[in-house]
Design a protein around this ligand. Structure first.
Ligand SMILES: *Cc1c(COP(=O)(O)O)cnc(C)c1O
Length: 425
C-alpha cells in the first residue's frame, strides 16, 4: 500500500514497519468484528422498519413537547433494538452519569440498599451514590450502599453476594465495562449468569446494568439476559458519533416510567421534553452505531496487540475476546501517558494542534489527562484517550469513528513515544 500520506503526517518508517507486522496477525479478528457489526446493523434496521420510521419523526418540537412523534417513536426503536418493554432516550439526559443517577434515584427509596456485586463502580458514580461524600447523593437521601468485590481471578464472589442480598437490597448495579480499572470487562453471558444467580436468591431485586461502552460490541445486550434496566450515554456507542448529547435508559415499563417521573416531574413523566430538532442525529446515529463500534473495536484490538508486543500490560490482552471498546494500556509512567495522549491528539481531525496536559477534572479524585479532537466535545465514541495520573499509570484508549482514524491515532501515539525514546521498536 501507498504509505506516503502516513509519512506526510509524520509517521516514521520504524513505526510503519512495526504496525504492518502487527496488522498481519489481525485478519481473523477483524472478520469476526465485521460479522457482529453486520448482525447488529440488521437488528437496528429491523427495529426502524417495525416502527415505521419516516420523515415526520425528524421534525423539531419546542416548548413542552407534547405529542412528540419523533421522540416517542425513537424510544420504541430503542426498546426494540435492546429487547425491552420501554425506553427513555432524551437530549435532556445530559450524559451517562446523569442517566445512571436518574435510573438509581428513580427506583430507590429511603431505607433501600443498592448493591454492587462487581466491585467499585465508575468514578463519577461514587459521588452519585455517596461513596465519596457529596451533596445530593443517594446517601443523603437515606439510600445505603454495599459492595462485593470481584475475586482476585476476576470471578464473582457468590458467597459474598449471597450474604449481601439482605431484605433491604432493592437494586443491584452491574457495570459491564471496566471503566478506569484494570479488571476484565464483563461479557453479556457473564452478566446473564450473575443476574440469574442474584434473582435465584432474591427474585424481586431490580438489576441495572451500566452499559456504557458495551453497546453493539456483541450481538446480544444485558437486557436480553435478564437486566431490568440498561443505561448509557449517547456520546458513546449508541449515538454513532452523530448524537451531540443525550443518554438512554431501556428496561421494564415500571422502571422506565419511574425514570421519566424523576427526569421531568411527578405526574409529567415521559409526556414532556421537546426534541429541539435533534431527532435526525439520534436516528441516524443509532443507524450508524454498529459500524462505528466495529471501527472502534478494530482500533482497540490493534492498540492492544501493538502495546503488548512492546511489553506493556494490556487489558484486554492482545488475543482475548472483547466486550467493550476500551483498551487499557498500563504505561507505567506519567511521561509515557502524556506522550501517548499527545499522539492521539496529534492524529485528530479537530484540535490536532493543541497539547493535552493533566488537570483536576470534576468528579475524579486525581489529575486526569485526556486527548480528544472530537466533533462532539467530550465524545468518547470518537477517538480519545484518557486516564487518571496514578498507579498503574494506565491510559484508556477508545473510539474512532472510522477504523482508519483509529489506526492513525495509534501509530501517532507510537511515534511520540518512539521520538522521546520511551519505547524501542
Ligand atoms: C463513561 C461512563 C460513565 C459516565 O458517563 P459520562 O457520560 O461520562 O457521564 C459511567 N460508567 C461507565 C462505565 C462509563 O464508561
Amino acid at each position: 500500500m501507498d504509505n506516503s500520506m502516513y509519512k506526510k503526517l509524520g509517521i516514521s518508517d520504524s513505526v510503519l514497519g512495526f504496525c504492518e507486522c502487527v496488522l498481519g496477525e489481525l485478519s481473523e479478528r477483524f472478520k469476526k468484528i465485521d460479522e457482529t457489526a453486520e448482525y447488529n446493523q440488521l437488528k437496528v434496521i429491523s427495529a426502524m422498519q417495525k416502527n415505521r420510521v419516516n420523515a415526520a419523526c425528524f421534525a423539531a418540537t419546542t416548548g413542552y413537547g407534547y405529542d412528540d412523534v419523533g421522540r416517542d417513536n425513537l424510544e420504541k426503536v430503542y426498546a426494540d433494538v435492546f429487547g425491552t418493554q420501554a425506553a427513555l432516550v432524551r437530549p435532556q439526559i445530559t450524559c451517562g452519569t446523569h442517566a445512571l443517577a436518574v435510573a438509581l434515584s428513580a427506583n430507590l427509596r429511603p431505607g433501600d440498599t443498592l448493591l454492587s456485586p462487581v466491585g467499585k463502580p465508575y468514578d463519577t458514580l461514587e459521588e452519585v451514590i455517596g461513596i465519596r461524600p457529596s451533596r445530593c447523593s443517594l446517601r443523603e437521601f437515606g439510600v445505603a450502599y454495599k459492595q462485593v468485590d470481584l475475586l482476585p481471578d476476576g470471578g464473582f464472589d457468590l458467597d459474598g453476594i449471597r450474604a449481601a442480598l439482605d431484605d433491604t437490597v432493592k437494586m443491584v448495579t452491574i457495570q459491564r465495562s471496566k471503566g478506569y480499572q484494570t479488571r476484565p470487562t464483563l461479557s453479556v453471558e457473564r452478566i446473564g449468569e450473575l443476574i440469574s444467580f442474584i434473582k435465584s436468591i432474591k427474585p424481586d431485586v431490580i438489576c441495572m446494568v451500566d452499559n456504557c461502552y458495551g453497546e453493539f460490541v456483541q450481538t446480544t445486550e444485558p437486557s436480553n439476559v435478564g437486566a431490568d434496566m440498561i443505561v448509557g450515554s449517547l456520546i458513546k456507542n449508541p449515538g454513532g458519533g452523530l448524537a451531540p448529547i443525550g443518554g438512554y435508559i431501556c428496561g421494564t415499563k415500571e422502571c422506565v416510567e419511574n425514570c421519566a417521573y424523576r427526569l421531568s416531574a411527578p405526574g409529567l413523566g415521559q409526556e414532556v421534553g421537546a426534541n429541539l430538532g435533534i431527532m435526525p442525529a439520534f436516528y441516524q446515529g443509532l443507524f450508524m452505531a454498529p459500524t462505528v463500534v466495529s471501527g472502534a473495536l478494530k482500533g482497540a484490538v490493534f492498540a492492544g496487540l501493538c502495546y503488548e508486543k512492546l511489553g506493556f500490560k494490556c487489558v484486554p490482552n492482545g488475543t482475548e475476546d472483547r466486550f467493550d471498546i476500551i483498551q487499557a494500556v498500563e504505561l507505567g509512567s506519567k511521561e509515557r501517558m502524556v506522550a501517548f495522549c499527545r499522539g492521539i491528539q496529534a492524529a485528530a481531525p479537530v484540535d490536532s494542534y493543541v497539547t493535552p496536559e493533566p488537570w483536576p477534572m470534576p468528579g475524579y479524585d486525581s489529575d486526569v489527562i485526556m486527548a480528544a479532537g472530537a466533533f462532539v466535545q467530550g465524545s468518547s465514541i470518537e477517538l480519545s484517550a484518557d486516564g487518571p495520573i496514578k498507579e498503574p499509570y494506565a491510559v484508556y484508549f477508545q473510539g474512532g469513528l472510522t477504523w482508519y482514524h483509529a489506526k492513525l491515532g495509534i501509530m501517532m501515539s507510537l511515534q511520540k513515544l518512539f521520538e522521546q525514546k520511551l519505547i524501542t521498536l
